[in-house]
Design a binder for this molecule. Sequence first.
Ligand code: HEC
Ligand code: HEC
Ligand code: HEC
Ligand code: HEC
Ligand code: HEC
Length: 231
Amino acid sequence: MSNEQHEPEGSAAPEDEVWTFPAWHNKIPPLVFGVIGPVATIAVIGLVWYYFSPQYTDVGYMPEQPVPYSHKLHAGDLGIDCRYCHTGVERSAVAGVPPTQTCMNCHTQIRANSPRLLPVRSSWASGDPVEWIRIHKTPDYAYFQHDAHIRAGVGCESCHGRIDQMVEVALAQPLSMSWCLDCHRQPEKHLRPRDKVTVMGYQADNQLQQGKELKEKYGVNPPVHCSGCHR
Ligand code: HEC
Ligand code: HEC
Ligand code: HEC
Ligand code: HEC
Ligand code: HEC
């Protein structure tokens, strides 16, 4: 999949992807346009556009970033741990994207004059953050937090794929409700020791047996009732 096929966030997606709704949506237009009126119409279109927009749910979604930053180089070849940059991941809901300072820890010395790092240097000079484009996003009505998952021994890889092999980050999993629930029903298929959560390409000798032991040890009990995720 090449970058050119993907528009930056905020621009319109191809129409055929946006308008593939389940059949009940067909009832919306006459109801809305005829009865509720123009203001509600705009609100409904906005909601539908936002929640059903393929950008956040299409596996492979890969917007063009302002800097050609490569996870393959930094996390793969150089072996920098995920938590060096995504510092929030163990103790808060959000993993966080690193501030420019983190990049400049190295790039005041390394490739200090590279044109590819120009936006990073201007951000450093101006104090304005680099405007990275968000890739993973669950809707506001679904509650997700990183720390609980990391504590339970779920690796980044289980949800984000082989980030260490991605030059540019692409959506590896659909982040859909059924995807969340598949794991919540059988977490033992995915659990690993806590000190291995950021390891890429991790393989247990016997995943099911290890998963069951860790489930017991860490007291893992993922919610499958609606209010667990819709609070
Ligand atoms: C040197 C800093 C650095 C390291 C190390 C690093 N990342 Fe990142 N990460 C970034 C930056 C900068 C972005 C935003 C730009 C982008 O998406 O490529 C990002 C974005 C991401 C995203 C997408 C965020 C979104 O918008 O949805 C994921 C997922 C991610 N990183 C996971 C990882 C994992 C897993 C590791 C460890 C294997 C890792 N990162 C290591 C700097 C880093
Ligand atoms: C621990 C040190 C370290 C950190 C932190 C780091 N980098 Fe790098 N970066 C490197 C090294 C080493 C290279 C490879 C230099 C080379 O190829 O000679 C590199 C290369 C790059 C390049 C390619 C430069 C070129 O001229 O081809 C870009 C772009 C880049 N880094 C962006 C970033 C961004 C953005 C961040 C912060 C999110 C960051 N780096 C954080 C060490 C680091
Ligand atoms: C259980 C699945 C899961 C695991 C494990 C997981 N993530 Fe995420 N990640 C998500 C979801 C879902 C989102 C979107 C969250 C949202 O919209 O609030 C996300 C978003 C992100 C983002 C962008 C938004 C933010 O929170 O800053 C980054 C960066 C990220 N993850 C990095 C990581 C890293 C690094 C690890 C491992 C240390 C990791 N994730 C482990 C599911 C996961
Ligand atoms: C690969 C496995 C996996 C995936 C995928 C996953 N989870 Fe979880 N989740 C877990 C495990 C394991 C726990 C149990 C944590 C515990 O018991 O301490 C958990 C716990 C939770 C909790 C309860 C945490 C708390 O502190 O109350 C919420 C909420 C949650 N997950 C939401 C989500 C959502 C939303 C998604 C999808 C976007 C998702 N999870 C995807 C494995 C997963
Ligand atoms: C493990 C977390 C989790 C649990 C438990 C959960 N949901 Fe969801 N739900 C989600 C996520 C994440 C989304 C957003 C999916 C997306 O964007 O495609 C969602 C979306 C929805 C939607 C919006 C329509 C759709 O399919 O996109 C409805 C309605 C819904 N959930 C109802 C429920 C009900 C009813 C239950 C209980 C039987 C429930 N959910 C349990 C995570 C969960």
